[in-house]
Design a protein around this ligand. Structure first.
Ligand code: GLN
Length: 384
């Protein structure tokens, strides 16, 4: 038999999703794969029931229903501060996972280089390789997770086609400052490079940090492919609703890729999610307050146990330093912790390109009682 595709030789299955299966197998509190264990807003559940009764149940316009795109354009214009044409600048996708793949395939040719900050969300390497591109890594250096400007410039000197920017970043929780983003945008313009952003945590930003959309910086709309989703903002990760926002030229390509990959995101779910896109500012303030509170609850627990971590500026993850436990394999540590301590996390090595084995990632998008239970179980770490 002929060998199957060799593209798949360069990456493994997702460790994040594997940890969820391990957590389920051993009944651990699952703080690995980032998704809430609480319900979405009532309005969305109501509109989902209504969509089940009234439809639509057939294909929508392949790049998203008109109503959804119009409401999304209005919402994003408000937050991003730039004009967005619902017909020309948006493709609605099956989650931001598809959005990122669509962006990559729309921008890159086989052999193109793509710069990725490390640590990074594990899909990016797979996306680049599946698109035939070659990922190159620029470290976000622990413990502060800043990048060295000169190292980034050297990466651009290799003429990459694109840079991937996850902001707020998963797994670090870093919110890139306006000054850092201006530096990145100047390099992108100087070296004629596209920037594919993953901004799914755009509405989870801890004070006093502020989210700056790269697309809104001078001269960046035409070279930024903004990918995001409704998953984290409305606690509907299973609805798989994401989108790409970019210039008409880029979106025309994205529409083609998306059309042949998936045809379209689920029609009744697009209809139901419109209720969320209509929410006023109050909803987003409340969401942020909820996550500020959950972050404090979880980090206070980590402090009480005496664990060291990077204090996240945004998103809902925290990287914890496990050096003191003396394991040289963080994956083995996570499997042991799920089984013996009863809490699942993701081994940091699945995010780092560098040989780093002393971090694990927890997420805190869980009910308060789930987080309290996790902290109580984690207390056993210090005496095991
Ligand atoms: N973004 C989430 C995480 O990092 C999971 C997303 C997914 O598994 N599709 O855990």
């Amino acid at each position: 038999m002929q060998k199957l595709s060799n593209r798949l030789d360069y990456f493994t299955e997702s460790v994040i999703r594997k940890m969820t299966r391990i957590a389920n197998d051993c009944g651990a509190v699952n703080l690995s794969q980032g998704f809430p264990d609480f319900d979405p807003p009532r309005e969305l559940i109501g509109s989902l029931k209504e969509a089940a009764e009234k439809g639509p149940h057939q294909y929508e316009v392949t790049w998203g229903s008109k109503e959804f795109r119009e409401k999304l354009a209005k919402k994003q214009e408000r937050f991003m501060g730039i004009p967005i044409n619902p017909d020309e600048n948006i493709v609605v996708t099956c989650g931001s996972t598809e959005a990122m793949m669509v962006a990559m395939m729309s921008v890159c040719n086989p052999g193109d280089k793509v710069v990725v900050f490390s640590p990074f969300y594990e899909n990016y390497t797979a996306d680049a390789i599946l698109a035939g591109a070659e990922p190159m890594y620029v470290p976000l250096v622990p413990p502060e997770f800043n990048f060295d400007k000169e190292v980034l410039r050297q990466a651009f000197e290799q003429r990459p086609k694109a840079l991937i920017l996850c902001n707020p970043s998963n797994p670090v929780g870093k919110v890139f400052t306006r000054e850092e983003l201006i530096y990145i945008s100047e390099l992108a313009k100087e070296y004629d490079t596209y920037v594919i952003t993953d901004e799914v945590y755009e509405h989870i930003i801890f004070k006093p940090n502020k989210h700056t959309y790269l697309s809104s910086l001078p001269g960046m709309f035409e070279r930024t492919i903004c990918c995001s989703s409704l998953s984290k903002t409305y606690s509907i990760t299973g609805w798989r609703l994401g989108y790409v926002i970019a210039s008409k030229e880029v979106i025309d390509n994205c529409k083609k890729v998306h059309d042949f990959l998936t045809v379209g995101a689920a029609a009744p779910l697009q209809k139901a999610a419109c209720a969320g896109l209509d929410f006023e500012q109050e909803y987003y303030d409340e969401l942020n307050n909820t996550y500020e509170r959950k972050k404090k609850l979880f980090l206070d627990g980590l402090d009480e146990i005496g664990l060291k971590y990077f204090d996240p500026e945004g998103a809902y993850y925290v990287l914890v330093d496990i050096s003191e436990f003396g394991w040289d394999n963080d994956y083995e540590f996570c499997k042991w912790m799920a089984k013996e301590i009863g809490v699942a996390a993701v081994p940091g090595s699945s995010f780092f390109r560098e040989d780093v084995n002393n971090y694990i990632r927890f997420h805190f998008a869980k009910k308060d009682e789930t987080l309290i239970e996790a902290i109580n179980r984690l207390k056993k770490l210090k005496n095991s």
